[in-house]
Design a protein around this ligand. Structure first.
Ligand SMILES: Cc1ncc(COP(=O)(O)O)c(C=O)c1O
Length: 432
């Protein structure tokens, strides 16, 4: 039974759930096009995504929040606050968990190495031979310049601790508004250990992008670490690779540059080049990624860093071979290989997002075009106050303390059902 549940293709399940709704006023082409998209066939353009979303929603009766039952969520809630993947994890990851679950009585130090290897191969990184003394080989690193740990938040804290602080002091530069995971960790060291560490927040441009020129100017002789989140959270904006490269070139080598690519898989530009190459060329660049977003495994806590081998060794030494359970490693390995799942999630996310964009335009609300799994919307009023009203009606969204975005709300992109129910409530609250 368990294996049956775990091997059920819930991708199709999602498609069927929507199709069932559409059956009431069925138009044959709408069902077909949705299933084609769900099955991962071909590549849809922006307008095709919108067409898909419109076709589906125009043939659906309006859905209420009470009718929702999202994957991994209690009924009657649209949980679109934490940028989780509403389509669930990869079925292949679930199968890997199922296959390994009986082996958890064993330490499985090799599972780390296997995940590092899978990441190294996935990113086409160069490998070095590693020779461990006989008897210690099970602890051997993979030879790839990769470090895996229990969630990228953990790695961000390690980076704050190891590279944000030098001789008990430091200065971290980060965008406002930004994710601030590194800055939060640094602040907690300051509170707990009296570390003399400062955060310099550099305001985003008017388009809510990183202002790399201003970030360069902000560098002082105290600066230890610069954080670039690309795509940025919460704004969803991206930086072209060449701009990042020029920036890294201009940063002194003794300052670490962290490029957090938690949402990189959602970028909508064709052939977008990631910063992984830079992490292999420069000794002061680290790229981090997570399995919590595109791969739908937030609860399993798996993240990784890539960078110079000496940096990876330092992170590994500080991690003390710690935080990922073996089945989580195997799930992550399987997810990395599930390229059809990635295409599927991207397509459904884009369809939901384009539907949402269209409805925002109908409501006269502006938004920041997003390369991520969330959208920042200018709600033309205090975002925090409106967030409370949405929460009272079981729509969970996110607002930020930054004065730059006090009139904004960040909506994670949910399923079409969730976005449709959200639009219904938002319309009520805005139009009264
Ligand atoms: C930009 C960014 N980095 C890192 C993380 C942390 O991810 P993880 O679940 O791997 O700790 C998040 C989570 O929301 C994020 O938005």
């Amino acid at each position: 039974m368990i294996s049956k549940i775990l091997t059920v293709n819930h991708i199709k399940g999602n498609a069927m759930k929507l199709s069932k709704d559409t059956q009431k006023t069925q138009k044959p082409y709408s069902r077909r096009s949705f299933i084609a998209a769900s099955a991962g066939i071909g590549s849809l353009s922006l307008s095709a995504n919108l067409g898909l979303a419109e076709t589906i929603t125009s043939s659906m009766r309006p859905i209420s929040v009470e009718e929702l039952h999202g994957w991994g969520e209690v009924p009657g809630v649209a949980d679109i606050g934490d940028n989780e993947n509403p389509f669930g994890p990869s079925p292949r990851a679930l199968r890997a968990i199922n296959e390994r679950i009986m082996d958890v009585n064993r330490y499985d130090f090799g599972s780390y190495r296997k995940l590092e290897t899978a990441v190294g191969e996935h990113l086409n990184l160069a490998k070095e031979e590693v020779n461990f003394p006989p008897g210690r080989a099970r602890f051997a690193a993979s030879g790839y310049p990769v470090y895996v740990e229990g969630g990228s938040s953990f790695i961000l804290s390690q980076i704050a601790m190891i590279y944000g602080v030098k001789n008990g002091a430091g200065e971290i530069i980060e965008i406002d508004p930004g994710y601030a995971g590194v800055s939060r960790a640094a602040m907690s060291f300051r509170a707990r250990f009296g570390t003399e560490i400062e955060i310099k927040n550099v305001p985003a441009t008017t388009e809510l992008k990183h202002d790399l020129g201003a970030m360069l100017k902000a560098i002082s002789d105290k600066t230890t670490l610069i954080v670039i989140t690309n795509p940025n959270n919460p704004t969803g904006t991206i930086l072209p690779y060449d701009e990042i490269r020029r920036f890294v070139d201009a940063v002194p080598e003794n300052i670490m540059v962290l490029i957090d690519e938690a949402y990189i898989h959602f970028v909508r530009e064709e052939n977008y080049q990631t910063a992984v190459k830079l992490s292999q060329e420069y000794k002061n660049v680290i790229v981090t990624r997570t399995f919590s977003k595109m791969y739908g495994m937030a609860g399993l806590r798996v993240g990784y860093a890539v960078g110079h081998k000496s940096i990876m060794s330092e992170l590994r030494a500080a991690g003390n071979s710690g935080g990922i359970g073996s089945i989580n490693c195997y799930a992550a390995i399987a997810a990395l290989k599930d390229t059809a799942f990635v295409r599927h999630v991207k397509r459904l996310t884009n369809a939901s997002k384009d539907y949402f964009y269209q409805e925002l335009e109908n409501l006269g609300l502006s938004y920041v075009p997003s390369h991520s799994s969330f959208v920042m919307v200018n709600v033309n009023q205090n975002g925090q106050a409106l967030r409370q009203k949405l929460l009272a009606r079981n729509i969970k969204v996110r607002t930020y303390g930054s004065s730059i975005i006090k009139n904004y709300i960040r909506f994670s992109i949910g399923t079409l059902d969730e976005m449709q129910a959200t639009v219904g409530v938002l319309t009520d609250e805005i139009k009264g």
